[in-house]
Design a protein around this ligand. Structure first.
Ligand code: OGA
Ligand code: MN
Length: 286
């Protein structure tokens, strides 16, 4: 089976066929996948009905995995399981705490940017997909950076931003983050402009967890962050994924933002599960 890569938008995202992620992938095929990841930022692979162990084994080809967040149901595993299916098979009350936190995924974000060594890839498999809604959207902050006027690029070079998990948690359920979680995830700083280590292409690195630009006055800082995210999430930079069951998405957290779209949580089940490839060091300013 030859591996083929078909771009999905003019800027980024590609569909990859010829990979069966249940089985160990030949090195040559993985090299094609890895190169496509660096180049296209979001990869879509259909028909990947993987067990948990298979998802972990496949994901580890990209590098060591992150542990799930402290204080979540996935704790002690490599998985972030986002599901509104209760243990008895019914639907979880959309007002339940766990569902509120999953609402935070509806803000444009990049996974785990509140960690000191933020991740490279996220690998997400759709197990149960609602008949309508519940899409996942991506935007290329690399394409957005490239399209910025030179004067703004110059202004951003060398800036650092503070990222804090509690910001997005407080946005959906004020005060609901536990004291333990706050201790485990104190605010961290990351470069606002990063470069891809393979091809050198620059990207904005901002998202919903960002609280402020270091050293900038509060109002100016918020306005700049909001403006850049609004620019980056403009339609020309967005790929919207309409899920089919067993789709696998692989995205590059270093240079895309993503968000889940709402669906009728009182009516339909949705279950998706993510593994996340750990970052290997702190961010560097490009
Ligand atoms: C995630 C995520 C959004 C969605 O898995 O990291 O943000 O589509 N998912 O629910
Ligand atoms: Mn996410």
């Amino acid at each position: 089976m030859a591996v083929t890569v078909r771009p999905l938008t003019p800027e980024f995202a590609a569909e990859v066929s010829g990979i069966d992620a249940r089985h160990s992938i030949p090195d040559a095929d993985f090299a094609v996948l890895r190169a496509a990841f660096e180049e296209h930022s979001v990869l879509v692979l259909h028909g990947q009905r993987l067990s948990d162990d298979e998802q972990v084994a496949f994901s580890e080809r990209f590098g060591p995995l992150e542990d799930s967040l402290v204080g979540t149901r996935g704790e002690g595993s490599y998985f972030a399981k986002l599901s509104n299916i209760a243990d008895d098979g019914g639907l979880v009350d959309p007002g339940a705490q766990k569902m509120l936190f999953s609402k935070a995924n509806e803000f444009w974000h990049t996974d785990s940017s509140f960690k000191p060594w933020p991740p490279s890839a996220s690998i997400l498999i759709g197990r149960v997909i609602p008949p309508e809604g519940g899409e996942t959207e991506f935007c290329s902050m690399r394409a957005a950076h490239a399209a910025l006027p030179a004067a703004i690029k110059a202004r951003l070079a060398g800036l650092w931003a503070e990222h804090d998990l509690s910001r997005t948690r407080d946005m959906v359920a004020p005060g609901a983050m536990t004291a333990e979680q706050r201790k485990v995830y104190p605010p961290v700083r990351h470069a606002v402009v990063r470069a891809n280590p393979v091809n050198g292409r620059k990207t904005l690195y901002l998202g919903a967890h960002v609280t402020r630009i270091v050293g900038m006055e509060e109002r100016e800082s918020r306005a700049l962050i909001d403006e850049l995210i609004a620019f980056g999430t403009g339609e020309r930079f967005v790929y919207r994924h309409h899920w089919t069951q067993d789709d696998m998405l692989i995205w590059d957290n270093r240079c895309v933002l993503h968000r889940g779209r709402p669906w009728d949580r009182a009516r339909y089940a949705r279950s998706i599960q993510r593994t996340t490839v750990a970052g290997l060091g702190p961010t560097e300013a490009a």
